[in-house]
Design a binder for this molecule. Structure first.
Ligand code: PRP
Ligand code: URA
Length: 214
């Protein structure tokens, strides 16, 4: 577990999350189980990331009596996966938030420079009216996530949350220093990056493990 603490970073230490994360990290976990775990972790992360959503009162008639109770106050959400590994987190979140819209940002890391390269961007038209959940399992150098937040801001986005299953301290620092008003939700803050920009201990290449490409 990460020991450093930043404002705007929520490290989710729930036992279910930590148990699933351990299996996810294991080199012996195959693609099918890896995909299921990423989906489940994303759902659990969304549960926490929506904690501050506003409620409004409503009246419901139960089989016993009429009562005043609460519903979400018309919150509009956009889930924005960073392609391609972020795709693995979308379905779990949509199971909790079926009315959310989904936008896609295509970025890959140049293996030499580690700089993000954009190749696709398609967002909901009303992005400025939505609470945004950017999803990507890995926050390594932070280049991809910072670029995604900046694209969204240029297109009018306001409240931005970043959900990444594993974060490196370097990535957290990079996002928080490049982007204002971003809240980062993560299941673990790992030790450091290796010479190839991979998170240590991490879980390896999230896209390859999700889609079986290596
Ligand atoms: C991975 C990961 C993040 C990015 C993190 O994607 O899913 O998007 O690297 O690294 P960073 O914080 O240093 O930018 P990758 O570029 O490997 O593309 P892929 O998902 O298409 O495999
Ligand atoms: N991207 C990954 O998929 N894994 C890492 O450890 C770093 C970047």
């Amino acid at each position: 577990m990460g020991e450093r603490r930043w404002d705007n970073v929520v490290v989710m230490d729930h036992p279910l999350i930590q148990h699933k994360l351990s299996i996810l990290r294991d080199v012996g976990t195959g693609a099918k189980e890896f995909r299921e775990l990423v989906k489940e972790l994303a759902m659990l992360m969304a549960y926490e990331a929506t904690r501050s959503f506003q409620l409004s009162e409503t009246v419901v008639t139960t089989p016993i009596a009429e009562t005043t109770t609460y519903v979400l106050a018309g919150k509009k959400v956009a889930v924005i996966p960073i392609l391609r590994a972020g795709l693995g987190m979308v379905d779990g979140i949509l199971e909790l938030l079926p009315a959310a819209k989904v936008g896609h940002i295509g970025l890959y890391r140049d293996p030499e420079t580690l700089q993000p390269v954009e190749y696709y961007c398609k967002l909901p038209e009303d992005i400025g009216e939505r609470d945004i959940l950017i999803v990507d399992p890995m926050l390594a150098t932070g280049g991809s996530a910072a670029a995604a937040v900046q694209f969204l801001r240029q297109r009018g986005a306001n409240a931005v949350n970043l959900l990444c299953i594993i974060a490196a301290p370097e990535g957290i620092e990079a996002v928080l220093s490049a982007c204002e008003d971003v809240t980062i939700y993560t299941c673990a803050v790992d030790s450091h990056l290796n010479d190839h920009g991979y998170i240590v201990p991490g879980l390896g290449d999230a896209g390859d493990r999700l889609f079986g490409t290596k």
